[in-house]
Design a protein around this ligand. Structure first.
Ligand SMILES: Cc1cc2nc3c(=O)[nH]c(=O)nc-3n(C[C@H](O)[C@H](O)[C@H](O)COP(=O)(O)OP(=O)(O)OC[C@H]3O[C@@H](n4cnc5c(N)ncnc54)[C@H](O)[C@@H]3O)c2cc1C
Length: 434
């Protein structure tokens, strides 16, 4: 380390940790970021589909995604980099959310209207016109592709919600690096290939971290942004007893196929197909990314140790996800060899992240990102900076939750929605859609 004692240590230089570091640095703090990987964005972030969409099951979820979208859409202005660098880019393709009983369209549109998210309601003929080649059949509930029922005839037709402002970020790892570079210009220091093995405390106050090489970094604030390793870091810190929300690492695969018909310019909008349990995202060079929406019929691949998860795509997951995509778009061909990536993310019991203080004063968490928080990362940095500022100044966030007003949308997000102590009930989200 170059300077004296930092004001804050961030554990993890994924898209979340890098965003938190940037916003803490913007508050004038001297920040040190520690990551055991070799560069920013090498954890969950590297496997992300980086889809930017706005449908969540709560107002705070929708308002967060809508505000964060404005930060992606003005990425160079958000970063304020003083030197020229290669930047990740947001591609505004729109997103088509096919109807499903899991999210009643009227509930989704009510939240869109409250948050100010533009949308269009499409019926089946409009879907066919706007997405040529789509099969608009209703197949709910999703089934394993070897199930006899998988190819049963459709039981009716689907409509959809279209949000024209949705899209994707073309290089999630580069986006994390951009945030880290912007933080670096504000004197944040990044220590790579260094692992935090202990969180140090004095009574109920965090005092810093210890690294595997024995280095101690003292700081009054430590932020856990360790992605799927975050539960393990909390155990090292001795926090968790008052959490009502648990987290667990989950392995997920995303596959790559050629867009049908050899379309080199991509495939149009993102398509979220909860009816069949899949999603499609355009990619560069005429490719499509195909992922899953965690349909109940697919056994989840929980892992104990994120480092042990196989990063290679498997033939059976590839066949399941791509066959579902081909059911929806029959022109899609199913290649023999799986191509794609596998990643691990930390799933909260209600698929909603935890952005909060903890019972250990000075120790904060930005975790439980549940496969759906890449899109929110630049705003999460602001959430954490606001929380740290107010809580360190004596604000009782547990009893009087901090609110954040979005710079672009004016929407007010109640950060209590992301509390570690929120109630998790039967009405909570149960899938990656959040
Ligand atoms: C397959 C897949 C698809 C996804 N698709 C989308 C999507 O389309 N849209 C969306 O919004 N979100 C998506 N997500 C979710 C999103 O990518 C994650 O929520 C986000 O990247 C999490 O970022 P993070 O910084 O919290 O975690 P990570 O990127 O995992 O970063 C955590 C970092 O902490 C470091 N670390 C951990 N423990 C220690 C330690 N003890 N010492 C030092 N360093 C440590 C790790 O090396 C790692 O670099 C997807 C995720 C996956 C895996």
């Amino acid at each position: 380390m170059t300077g004296g004692q930092p004001d804050a240590v961030v554990v993890g230089a994924g898209v979340i940790g890098a965003a938190v570091a940037l916003e803490l640095a913007r508050t004038g703090r001297q920040v040190v970021v520690v990551d055991k990987a070799g560069a920013a964005g090498h954890g969950s972030t590297s496997a992300s589909s980086a889809i930017i969409r706005f449908n969540y099951s709560t107002f705070d979820g929708v308002a967060t995604a809508w505000e964060a979208h404005h930060l992606w859409a003005s990425w160079p202005d958000h970063l304020r980099l003083g030197t020229r660098r290669l930047l990740a880019a947001f591609h505004r393709t729109g997103a088509v959310l096919l109807d499903s009983p899991a999210a009643a369209p009227a509930d989704v549109t009510a939240l869109f209207e409250r948050a100010g998210v533009p949308y269009e309601r499409w019926d089946a003929p409009t879907l066919r016109r706007r997405l040529p080649g789509i099969d608009t059949g209703r197949y709910w509930p999703p089934k394993p592709v070897d199930d006899d029922g998988f190819f049963s005839p459709a039981a009716g037709e689907l409509g959809a919600l279209f949000t024209p402002d949705a899209g994707f970020v073309d290089d999630p790892q580069l986006a994390a690096r951009n945030l880290a570079d912007a933080a670096g210009e504000l004197r944040a220091e990044f220590l790579f290939h260094r692992t935090v093995v202990a969180v140090e405390r004095h009574a109920d106050r965090v005092t810093g971290v210890r690294l595997a090489d024995g280095t101690r970094i003292s700081a009054p604030v430590v932020v856990n942004a360790a992605g799927p390793w975050s539960g393990g870091l909390n155990r090292l810190a001795g926090v968790g007893d008052d959490f009502t929300v648990g987290v667990r690492p989950l392995r997920e695969e995303v596959h790559q196929i050629a867009a049908p018909g050899g379309r080199t310019a991509g495939f149009g909008p993102v398509v979220a197909d909860v009816d069949l349990g899949t999603y499609l995202r355009p990619a560069t060079a005429g490719r499509l990314l195909v992922g899953g929406t965690q349909p109940a019929c697919d056994p989840p691949e929980w892992v104990d140790d994120p480092d042990e998860a196989d990063p290679r795509p498997t033939a059976h997951r590839f066949r399941a996800q791509v066959t579902r995509a081909a059911r929806r778009f029959p022109e899609i061909g199913i290649p023999n060899r799986p191509v794609g990536v596998a990643g691990v993310y930390d799933v909260a019991d209600d698929w909603t992240p935890i952005y909060d203080r903890t019972a250990l004063d000075g120790y904060y968490v930005a975790m439980g990102t549940s496969g759906n928080q890449f899109k929110n990362a630049p705003l999460v940095g602001r959430f954490l900076a606001t929380l740290v500022d107010l809580v360190e100044a004596g604000h009782d966030h547990d009893h009087d939750p901090v609110h954040h007003r979005g710079e672009h949308t004016g929407n007010v997000v109640d950060l209590g929605a992301f509390s570690r102590r929120r109630p998790v009930g039967p009405g909570s989200a149960r899938t990656v859609m959040g």
